[in-house]
Design a protein around this ligand. Structure first.
Ligand SMILES: [Zn+2]
Length: 192
């Protein structure tokens, strides 16, 4: 996970997110309605903007190039439980299909870490094991922070899907390249 510096919301979201969120909430409350989610024709614009600011990396696992492996826009707080936030810019993250398996899960007790928090820093919350490729919560932090890091690892499967092995390989590739550009690699949080 890398810190995400989010620019202003697209104008259409800024103007309509409350109204569209209320509409979606009403759809969910009406069992007879077809409550399929619609992006109101804004998916491409949102996805292109997120592509640009993440440099085509997944906001959670940081895999790259994301578009090649199936990019999607994730509702951080699931739209089934937080319909009012379904078009809220701060709730939308560029995400890979594995991280999206988080689905409707959203822990209420210790929550999840959010990469666009101003204070978010990988090394604050996590410890990376260079020989196993595994990520663990940083035990130097408060109980609350460790729980949030643990929930984030579990729900996004940060140690699943062959990711620890892939992280070890990516570091090797990066450190043996001549003058590499960090944005061309996955897992930038362990490459510095
Ligand atoms: Zn991912």
């Amino acid at each position: 996970m890398m810190q995400l510096q989010r620019p202003q919301a697209p104008q259409s979201l800024k103007e309509n997110y409350k109204k569209w969120g209320r509409e979606y909430e009403q759809k969910l409350e009406n069992p007879k309605a077809n409550n399929d989610f619609s992006w109101k024709g804004k998916y491409q614009e949102i996805s292109d903007l997120l592509f640009e600011i993440t440099k085509n990396h997944c906001c959670f696992c940081d895999i790259h190039p994301l578009k090649a492996s199936g990019a999607t826009v994730e509702h951080f707080r699931p739209k089934s439980k937080y319909p009012k936030l379904s078009y809220f810019w701060g709730n939308l993250f560029y995400c890979c299909t594995n991280c999206q398996k988080k689905g409707d899960n959203f822990p209420l007790d210790y929550k999840l870490l959010k990469p666009d928090q101003l204070s978010f820093l990988f090394e604050h919350y996590f410890i990376y094991n260079f020989s196993t490729g595994i990520i663990k919560p940083n035990t130097a932090r408060t109980f609350n922070e460790q729980k949030r890091a643990e929930n984030t690892i579990d729900l996004y499967g940060l140690n699943k899907y062959g990711r620890p092995e892939a992280r070890i390989l990516e570091r090797k590739k990066f450190f043996s390249a001549n003058n590499p550009n960090i944005n061309d690699y996955s897992f930038r949080f362990i490459l510095e």
